[in-house]
Design a protein around this ligand. Structure first.
Ligand code: DMJ
Length: 605
């Protein structure tokens, strides 16, 4: 870390860039001469320290209460999965009200692939073994159904296929050592790789895996173009294929170039794949269309044994802007929340999305695993906004600040469940527009001598939200109105609650998670599975005919991991992809060498 030069300062000189490009060209040419295209090198990447598999760990003594609660989550998983097998086997997802199946993610049995690792973590080895023959027969060239808007043909959506299928296969392989799963991951990764054939190597929206035809036009959204690095790096690592490595690494390098051009800050949500640059409306968000791209900056750094510092620097530059621009405190309850901004003047929408509730967990993960300080950034190369954020934050203990933000945000995410008559959180809330930027409140506190607790963490008591019709007229006393009442069985709040529990050891997080699980059981359970809700503010709840695969992959997995006393996937040895599929952290001592040893995959079209 000490010898690391800032991404921004490293590339500041145009002459340096020319020399670097020339060097890459020479090395690339040599590489092509030595290693024929399509032939992976025979040597595996070395120095991987295998973390112990779950069953190799010593079992810690457990408490009967939490054991019983974990057992109930396991039963919930079995109920959901058995319902899927009974009524929807061969389809992607179960429709738990009509007891039918639906193909909405290629028709390759997404629920099965997405939850293989949940089975392993829950010791459901019979279910896992029964799935393997089906997976061995899976045909990734045959797309049964994906309704791409406006298209006449069927395509595979790149992002969803990567996080659910590829991530599911890789994690299940990591947990089981089952070679079939790695072979299928290798096959699927290879079929998806033509999607990277854009100017800067960012993947397109969709691909026909049979003909390699691409679809989706020239616009891309941040989450979908920059949430595949973990999967491709880990695939490269386990197969030893530099070809796979090249695709994930090219996405990282293109992000680095953009960060250099923008001189700090967050990556905006809308991108143009033709020039590989941000384009269109200038939206900054950690929610829909952006979320996992921010997540992968930190997680890529962690998974590769904290070697790839460019990712850490991008994470710090991004979170600097999030902490100083996107976070607000409500006037009455002092709820901390994160919103998005639009346009060149960065006007806050004051919308708080359920999807953004992964973010407190991410902050806590970073604060738990890293020293977190700004010393790796050279502030002189930053744009004025990024410099302002840097100057403000250098007055704080950054790790403490990230942890405080994590606690405040995770608490708000939980409160929005606990306030509701169903005990389940809404998809979107409009927060009180008179909220103040968190950084302003923090600065007052700092200038006042930092007396008392850090501001933004005061709201901890639920307020029963009994009259939703009144809440439409005024946000008082909740400090928000529910804008979208659905509950889609999403995992984000439970994901953050799980990480907060692991990081702090404070049992309050477990109890909050238990409350949510009871609400899931009460309102979403059907005779064949679990159903999304139309409204969290109405009791009895109105159910919708869908059971998303991420409910089995993520929501139930995080609940189970929250309640078991053992820690089969410790946060300092595993990273979860954005669909909760755990990949082991590896020590890749020659990572830098491979990084600069590879040809650029940039293809002009
Ligand atoms: C999941 O597919 C992933 O967590 C993704 O990153 C966001 N959306 C859903 C769950 O809400």
């Amino acid at each position: 870390m000490a010898s690391y030069q800032s991404v921004l300062s490293r590339f500041r000189s145009a002459r340096y860039i020319t020399a670097a490009v020339a060097a890459v060209f020479v090395v690339s040419t040599l590489y092509y001469i030595q290693i024929p295209a399509g032939h992976p090198p025979s040597d595996r990447f070395s120095s991987w320290n295998d973390p112990p598999r779950p069953w190799q760990r010593p079992i810690t003594p457990s408490s009967p209460v939490w054991d019983a609660r974990a057992a109930q989550v396991k039963q919930a998983y079995l109920h959901a999965y058995e319902g899927y097998l009974k009524y929807a086997e061969g389809y992607d997802e179960l429709r738990p009200l009509s007891n039918t199946g639906i193909n909405n993610f290629n028709g390759w049995n997404v629920t099965m692939y997405d939850s293989l690792d949940t089975m392993l973590l829950m010791d459901l080895h019979d279910e896992f073994s029964a799935a393997l023959p089906i997976i061995s027969k899976g045909n990734f060239r045959k797309i049964k159904n994906y309704k791409f808007p406006g298209a006449t043909k069927l395509y595979v959506p790149f992002f969803e296929t990567v996080i659910r299928y590829l991530g599911g296969l890789l994690a299940a392989h990591a947990l089981s050592g089952e070679q079939l799963l790695l072979d299928k991951a290798d096959e699927l990764g290879t079929l998806l790789e033509p999607a990277f054939n854009t100017y800067k190597g960012f993947p397109v929206f969709a691909i026909d895996t049979n003909s390699t035809e691409l679809a989706g036009g020239i616009s891309g959204i941040l989450a979908e173009i920059a949430s595949c690095q973990l999967e491709w790096t880990y695939l490269a690592h386990t197969t030893g294929s530099k070809k796979h490595f090249r695709y994930g690494n090219q996405v990282i390098q293109s992000l680095v170039e953009t960060m250099i051009e923008r001189q700090g800050g967050m990556f905006p949500t809308n991108w143009n794949l033709q020039n590989g640059r941000p384009g269109g409306r200038d939206t900054l968000s950690v929610g829909a269309a952006a979320d996992s791209a921010h997540e992968y900056l930190l997680k890529q750094y962690l998974m590769t044994g904290q070697k790839d510092t460019a990712n850490l620097e991008m994470y710090l530059l991004s979170t600097n802007e999030m902490l100083t621009r996107l976070m607000y405190v409500t006037p009455n309850r002092q709820m901390l929340y994160i919103t998005d901004t639009n346009g060149p003047k960065h006007m806050p929408s004051h919308v708080f999305e359920h999807l953004s509730c992964f973010f407190p967990g991410l902050l806590a993960l970073g604060a738990h695993t890293l020293p977190l300080n700004l010393s790796i950034i050279d502030p002189s190369g930053l744009n004025p906004d990024a410099q302002r954020a840097y100057r403000l934050l250098e007055n704080y203990d950054l790790r403490e600040l990230h942890m405080a933000a994590a606690e405040g945000l995770a608490t708000s995410c939980w409160l929005m469940y606990a306030d509701m008559p169903t005990g389940l959180g809404p998809e979107i809330a409009n927060m009180e527009p008179k909220s103040r930027p968190w950084i302003d409140v923090l600065e007052e506190w700092r200038r006042g001598g930092m007396r008392g607790p850090i501001p933004g963490l005061a709201a901890t008591t639920p307020m029963p939200y009994t009259k939703p019709e009144q809440s439409k007229a005024t946000s008082k006393p909740w400090d928000y109105v529910v804008r979208r009442t659905d509950y889609f069985l999403r995992p984000e709040t439970l994901e953050s609650i799980y990480i907060m529990w692991r990081v702090t050891g404070d049992p309050v997080w477990r109890e909050r998670g238990w409350g949510i699980f009871q609400a899931i059981e009460k309102h979403t359970k059907t005779p064949s599975g679990y159903a999304s809700l139309r409204s969290v503010v109405r009791v009895p709840a109105v159910q919708q005919d869908e059971q998303p695969s991420y409910f089995l992959a993520e929501t139930l997995k995080y609940l189970y991991l929250l309640f078991i006393d053992e820690d089969p996937v410790p946060l300092d040895q595993w990273v979860f992809n954005t669909e909760a599929h755990p990949f082991p952290i590896f020590e890749w001592s020659n990572y830098e060498k491979f990084k600069f040893d590879i040809p650029s995959s940039r293809v002009r079209n």
